[in-house]
Design a protein around this ligand. Structure first.
Ligand SMILES: Cc1cc2nc3c(=O)[nH]c(=O)nc-3n(C[C@H](O)[C@H](O)[C@H](O)COP(=O)(O)OP(=O)(O)OC[C@H]3O[C@@H](n4cnc5c(N)ncnc54)[C@H](O)[C@@H]3O)c2cc1C
Length: 543
């Protein structure tokens, strides 16, 4: 597919209807069907579509509904993995981080992290310095080196740090992102290259054999494909993979809580060592908010409704209070929270081991009937994981007689096409709000005119033209998709969406067709998802 302009490819109700119709009537055989639209599935779809394969992505819920919208939102090498001896993983992650800086500068932003060491901490100043020296060496692409700070200098860099017992700190560079929007940007680019994406369509069964797969959907329709790749994250179950899924992974739950910046006013991301465990936590400043996380504990149950328990919130607050004693860390000051489940590749030698110690590496496996699956890994390494998986898919397709497609080019292209914003654009109030989420595509949104770009909530940078854009170009089906994953409003404050959800639902139902009953259903769905995830009540007011 040749791309003519920077114009985003429409992805609204009409496109979704047409795709569903096509699946019902046509007997097209896709080169590749990808199950799951988290960052892994999105990365695979983009890579395969850019090589010229015909690709269909099928997602049971919304884009990034799973782990890919519930992470710590870091694009990082993972200082901690050096301690586990995963030097290869750290090298790969740092290389991919550099590529993401170039591919999506608006979404992957460097930040200076401060990693203090206190008396009694597992990692003292010298161990940190040795670790960070290795980190710098593995990160030679970037040329950034860490800095050692004496206790006095660390206190000046971060006045909130506890001074008692502080032995020093290291400052180093990593990056922060918006995980859900990063996933969406990858998938949107996959669509620009011809991939099709169907959301709110669950795969219930995979049948057939290599080069002739049948994919059954929960609405009774289906699709046929020469190759199937399951990227279902923590849902990679025997239903999809047969016996190959047995004992394949361990699930680990991690929660985050969000506080107002005035309560936890750190100047930069802070890394905190958990006592008696090889685990670190992050305190990350995020505009008018600061988020804290994460926990790491074995999990059993539905990954979609892991939720946040009060005990987990208290555990986080307590760990952070040890290091930031001046912060207002009262439980009633928490304004939002989220919870995610890691799909961790299970180490053969250590069944049932503590999930903190399990590697964050990925694995590609072959399930029954030649179905491939990719599990584990990290947001940061999605691109290299996808390259490896698509190489395998291509090899099989070519062995089965398909003309060889082009090579992998994902490392060479930006995720969002268009010139970077100029200084005059950054000075424009509307564009300045939109660019961090949309990059060069922000220009498209403002074409609607300033009156359609007012803010949803006065002191937050989310705009109504983004809601309209999400409905027409970002494949949303429900109001919660907009207020949780296209905009992080629910995460910013679980209560704020209640004042705008009715209007968001009205716009959505206007576009899709429907009645007041559909608007009410949207509001109810919103209320249910927000209270399950954040453990906070949601009161809806009409706007
Ligand atoms: C607490 C926590 C913090 C983390 N922090 C970081 C971090 O800071 N940096 C980093 O690099 N990584 C981080 N990670 C890891 C990273 O988030 C995950 O590796 C990544 O998001 C996994 O993406 P995925 O696409 O494989 O899975 P998911 O995002 O879970 O996607 C799987 C998708 O498959 C869909 N699906 C499931 N079953 C079906 C079906 N039958 N039919 C159709 N669709 C289906 C689901 O709805 C879901 O959308 C963190 C993870 C957690 C849990």
């Amino acid at each position: 597919m040749t791309i003519q302009s920077d114009e985003p490819r429409p992805w609204g109700p009409a496109q979704t209807r047409a795709l569903r119709e096509r699946l019902r009537s046509a007997d097209m055989v896709w080169d590749l069907v990808v199950v799951g639209a988290g960052i892994t599935g999105a990365g695979v779809a983009r890579d395969a579509a850019m090589r010229g394969l015909s690709v269909l992505v099928i997602e049971r819920r919304d884009v990034a509904f799973g782990t890919s919208s519930r992470s710590t939102r870091l694009v990082h090498g993972g200082v901690r993995y050096l301690e586990q001896g995963d030097v290869g993983l750290v090298y790969e992650a740092l290389r991919e981080r550099s590529r993401l800086y170039a591919a999506a500068p608006h979404l992957v932003r460097p930040a200076r992290f401060l990693f203090p060491a206190f008396v009694g901490d597992r990692l003292g100043p010298w161990k940190l310095r040795i670790g960070l020296t290795l980190y710098d060496a593995l990160n030679f692409h970037r040329g950034q080196v860490h800095e050692y700070l004496t206790p006095e200098a660390a206190g000046l860099a971060e006045p909130m740090l506890r001074s008692e017992g502080l032995r020093g700190a290291v400052a180093y560079e990593d990056a922060v992102t918006d995980d859900a929007r990063l996933t969406l940007a990858i998938l949107t680019d996959a669509r620009r290259h011809g991939a099709e994406v169907l959301t709110y369509a669950g795969v219930t069964r995979l049948a057939g054999r290599a080069l002739d797969h049948e994919i059954k959907l929960d609405d009774g329709t289906g699709a046929r494909a020469r190759a199937v790749l399951v990227a279902a994250g923590p849902w990679s179950s025997p239903t999809l993979l047969g016996q190959a899924a047995e004992g394949l992974m361990s699930l680990s739950k991690g929660i985050h809580i969000v506080m107002r910046a005035q309560d936890v006013g750190v100047r930069q991301p802070i890394v905190i060592q958990a006592p008696k465990q090889r685990r670190i936590l992050f305190v990350v400043p995020w505009g008018m908010r600061t988020y804290l996380g994460t926990t790491d504990a074995p999990y059993v149950g539905d990954p979609g409704s892991s939720g946040v328990a009060e005990t987990e919130e208290l555990e986080l607050l307590e760990l952070v209070a040890r290091v930031l004693p001046g912060a207002n860390l009262r439980a009633d000051r928490v304004v939002s929270a989220w919870s995610g489940v890691r799909p961790l590749v299970r180490a053969a030698a250590a069944p049932g081991s503590d999930t903190v110690e399990l590697s964050r590496k990925h694995r590609i496996v072959e399930g029954d009937d030649g179905v491939l699956a990719i599990i584990g890994g990290k947001l940061t390494t999605y691109r290299s994981m996808a390259e490896e998986a698509v190489d395998i898919v291509v090899k099989r397709l070519v062995a089965g007689g398909r003309t060889r497609p082009g090579p992998c080019i994902t490392h060479l292209r930006a995720l969002v096409p268009g010139d970077p914003p100029g200084c005059d654009e950054l000075a424009d109030a509307v564009l300045a709000d939109l660019i961090p989420r949309h990059g060069p595509a922000a220009r498209w949104l403002t074409r609607a005119g300033a009156e359609k770009c007012t803010r949803l909530v006065e002191d937050l940078p989310y705009r109504w033209c983004e809601v309209d854009h999400a409905i027409a170009y970002e494949g949303v089906q429900h109001a919660i998709d907009i207020l949780r994953r296209r905009l992080p409003l629910v995460l910013t404050d679980a209560r704020l969406g209640g004042a705008v959800v009715a209007e968001v639902a009205r716009r959505l139902v206007d576009a899709h067709g429907g009645s007041q009953a559909d608007i009410d259903e949207e509001i109810e769905r919103y209320r249910e998802e927000v209270s399950t995830e954040t453990r906070r009540p949601v009161s809806v007011t009409s706007s």
